[in-house]
Ligand binder design. Structure first.
Ligand code: CP
Length: 322
């Protein structure tokens, strides 16, 4: 694989390769030196046309741990403010010798468009999608998968561990690229995936998403059936910046109906774990005390997993290219 733009066509073998490579980098990160020389001489450019804390910093740290040189771009402080286009910006980074472009944009399809342009130019540059509009966030989907699988078997994380598990994704599924990437990975595993949200944030078209895959997908417009006997609950941020007013009840009503709290978790399996990709609206999609409770919350573990998983992606792409 030359680019990573979506999880829609990921194979079981590819998931396992990423999980096992990430596990080996998790071990490297536990050492005192935390660094390997694998991508020495390669240039990783983080081209972020939309804000980010976790994804941008963990891709940068991952590249540095692999000894690559890193370039960081933020559109607000770039020559795009003077009218330079996205493709011309990418070509500028190409001219500086970039090997891997990590791209985030508020519009779906921008990483694909840049990847196509690089292929058209016949250059050996790889593109990693770091989140494009409402389309996909593949590295987040992979780090969520890694977080769950390493909890189930720390020594040998693999896709088949999810078989028979019940996983609920709750919240603003309509606007969530994280949900779309997770739908692909979880339905590839043979798990039961339950989506729950108000109807305005979970249109029926999701019923066809991931059809004909090993896992089964269920749609709920109430929270309770999704939580009942769940092993994992992934709650999502309400993306107010992408919403029009009519999509949402008040935040208080939303929290009452779909917010994840200790009392609602009693419907789940006793050792249920809660995930959230971040950033979190505390007290809206999840209660503040639950978010900070390490007995239930995997939110900080997800952030930690992000570095090892992004090292794995950069390593696999970077060494295939060489
Ligand atoms: N989960 C996620 O993509 O977070 P950031 O927007 O902070 O990168």
């Amino acid at each position: 694989r030359h680019h990573v733009l979506s999880l829609a066509d990921f194979t079981s073998a590819e998931y396992d390769t990423v999980l096992q490579t990430a596990a080996s980098f998790q071990e490297v990160l536990s050492r005192r030196t935390k660094k390997v020389p694998t991508l020495q001489g390669q240039v990783v450019a983080n081209l972020f046309f939309e804000p980010s804390t976790r994804t941008r910093s963990s891709f940068e740290l991952a590249a540095k741990r692999l000894s690559a040189d890193t370039l960081n771009f933020a559109s607000a402080s770039s020559s795009m403010t003077k009218g330079e286009t996205i493709l011309d910006t990418a070509k500028t980074y190409l001219a500086m010798g970039t090997d891997i472009m990590v791209i985030r944009h508020k519009e779906a399809g921008v990483p694909n468009a840049i990847a196509q342009e690089m292929d058209r130019l016949g250059v050996r540059v790889s593109v990693l999608n770091a989140g494009d509009g409402q389309h996909e966030h593949p590295s987040q989907g992979l780090l969520d998968l890694f977080t769950i699988c390493t909890l189930l078997d720390p020594d040998n994380p693999r896709l088949e561990l999810l078989k028979g598990k019940k996983i609920a994704i709750v919240g603003d599924i309509l606007h969530s690229r994280v949900a779309r990437s997770n739908i692909w990975s979880i339905t590839a595993s043979g798990a039961e995936l339950h989506l729950a949200a108000p109807p305005t944030l979970l249109p029926k078209l999701f019923a066809d998403f991931g059809k004909d895959r090993p896992g089964r997908l269920f749609i709920h417009w109430q929270l309770e059936p999704a939580l009942k006997d769940a092993d994992f609950v992934m709650t999502l941020r309400l993306q107010k910046e992408r919403m029009t007013a009519h999509l949402l009840p008040s935040l208080r009503e939303y929290h009452q109906m779909f917010g994840i709290t200790r009392s609602k978790l009693q419907l789940c399996k006793p050792n249920v774990k809660v995930l959230h990709p971040g950033p979190v609206n505390r007290g809206v999609e999840i209660s503040s005390d639950l978010m900070d409770d390490p007995e239930f919350s995997l939110i900080q573990t997800q952030v930690t997993s992000g570095v090892a998983v992004r090292m794995a992606l950069l390593y696999l792409i970077g060494t295939t290219r060489a």
